[in-house]
Design a protein around this ligand. Structure first.
Ligand code: UD1
Length: 425
């Protein structure tokens, strides 16, 4: 797939069906991606179970192959031979496919002492600067040159150091963690992000021989080691996909059980939903959602770093608020332009007013089917949910965005009874 390549397929939905049944939750995109980046540090074989076929993940595997890694897929496992990496550059045509290319700087530096990475791609949701990544690497004594769309890093003098993040950036935390793994001495990251995917990255790297402590808290300590070895690992399930299907069930009504989810990663969502007309019961890795119709609006939803409400569920919860009873205030604190989907929801009859980082959503009785564009990955998921409850037909274009983080959102929802299918453009 080349940058700018967009699938011409569309998703067609006829709204109005309730959802019933069971569905398994696949691996977390945001865990798999940094773990793939972390594989660059392993001079050996890496086996990752429950390999999900999201486009972002497939693109990241292509980046590893370009560095010299060799892949095999056996059943649900991705097997990577990372013994003989030969290349420390991620060229533009690959870097623009996924933002995770930038998270690989730390691990490429660890492996080669040099790295050359083109500016990353990913969702169009705001400026997404990389200053914290660069400052963090500089604190580990890496020389960084930023020229003509490439970051060129010289890590020959790289050594452990203290990094204070001005903001708990997920990607910067992961990048610096990986840079510290093979650097001489101790690295400490203060004000680190606490997302479960960071804990998963720590667990993966430690299983491969790294010495990392503290992921999941705001201080992470890394003691440099000489090398990482063979490793076999199963990344955590995707809390955003689970959250999307929970919200879908709440919106459509019905009864759906999610299997293989991590309930503890979804508390910020579940605590908001378990109210007047829906019930959420969690037991082990199962989440049972029962819903009978329109909810009362949630007065205020504010996106925050974990364990706060995830920005990656903001468009989906907004879709729910468009048909809830009352008014909701949604504040987007993470990404300044992550409201692009609102224009599309308004086309479907939603009543939304945007003022800077805030959206005031007045619930309407009904949404109406329309032709809408998936503006970004999670915005696209929000539109799918809106289509499930809209009167008539909704067509969603630019669904390549959705494919970046869902294996097949249409098949999943179809299996639960939705009237939804992919059509050729
Ligand atoms: C990751 C997730 C993404 C999620 C986001 C926030 C992956 C692959 N992606 O993205 O799905 O929406 O976390 O939970 O895991 N920032 C800076 N300078 C930097 C880095 C970030 O100012 O150097 C700012 C960003 O512009 C943004 C905020 O920090 O406003 C959060 O970004 P960050 O946590 O870095 O998100 P990502 O790691 O890109």
């Amino acid at each position: 797939m080349l940058c700018g390549d967009k699938t011409v397929d569309k998703i067609l939905i006829k709204g109005g069906k309730q959802l019933f049944g069971e569905i398994g939750i696949s691996s977390a995109k945001n865990a798999f991606l940094p773990i793939l980046a972390g594989s660059i540090l392993c001079s050996g074989n890496v086996v990752l179970h429950k390999y999900p076929k999201y486009d972002d993940v497939t693109n990241m595997v292509e980046i590893l192959e370009n560095l010299g890694g060799k892949k095999k897929i056996v059943d649900d496992a991705l097997m990577l031979d990372m013994n003989n990496l030969t290349n420390f550059e991620i060229p533009k045509e690959l870097a623009c496919l996924t933002r995770s290319s930038i998270f690989s700087l730390g691990s490429i530096l660890g492996r080669f002492k040099f790295a050359k990475v083109a500016y990353p791609g990913g969702c169009e949701i705001g400026a997404r600067p990389i200053d914290l990544h660069i400052k963090g690497l500089q604190a580990l004594n890496v020389k960084v040159v930023d020229r003509r769309g490439y970051l060129t890093c010289d890590g020959r003098e790289m050594k452990g150091g203290n990094v204070h993040l001005d903001f708990p950036s997920v990607g910067a935390t992961e990048n610096i963690m990986m840079a510290g793994v093979l650097a001489k001495g101790k690295t400490k990251i203060f004000n680190a992000a606490k997302e479960p995917e960071i804990v998963d990255l720590q667990n993966f790297l430690n299983r491969a021989g790294a010495k990392i402590k503290g992921a999941g808290t705001s201080t992470i300590s890394i003691e440099g080691v000489k090398s990482l070895h063979n490793v076999e690992y199963t990344p955590i399930p995707d809390r955003i996909i689970a959250g999307t299907y929970i919200i879908a069930t709440v919106m459509c009504g019905g009864e759906v059980t999610l299997n293989g989810a991590k309930t503890e990663h979804l508390q910020s969502l579940i605590s908001k939903l378990d109210n007047n007309s829906c019930k959420i019961i969690t037991k082990g890795d199962k989440i049972k959602v029962t819903s009978s119709g329109r909810l009362n609006s949630i007065a205020k939803i504010e996106t925050m770093p974990y364990p706060g409400f995830p920005t990656d569920l903001q468009p989906q919860i907004m879709a729910l608020q468009t048909i809830s009873k009352g008014t909701s205030l949604i504040v987007e604190n993470l990404f300044e332009t992550r409201f692009k989907h609102t224009g599309e929801l308004i086309k479907m009859g939603a009543d939304i007013l945007i003022e800077g980082r805030s959206a005031v959503v007045k619930g309407v009785n009904k949404l109406y089917g329309a032709e809408v564009v998936a503006t970004d990955l999670r915005g696209g998921a929000g539109l799918v949910l809106a289509g499930l409850v809209a009167d008539g037909y909704t067509t969603i274009t630019n669904i390549g965005q959705i494919n970046r983080g869902y294996e097949s959102i249409e098949n999943d929802l179809y299996s639960l009874g939705a009237d939804i299918k992919r059509i050729n453009g």
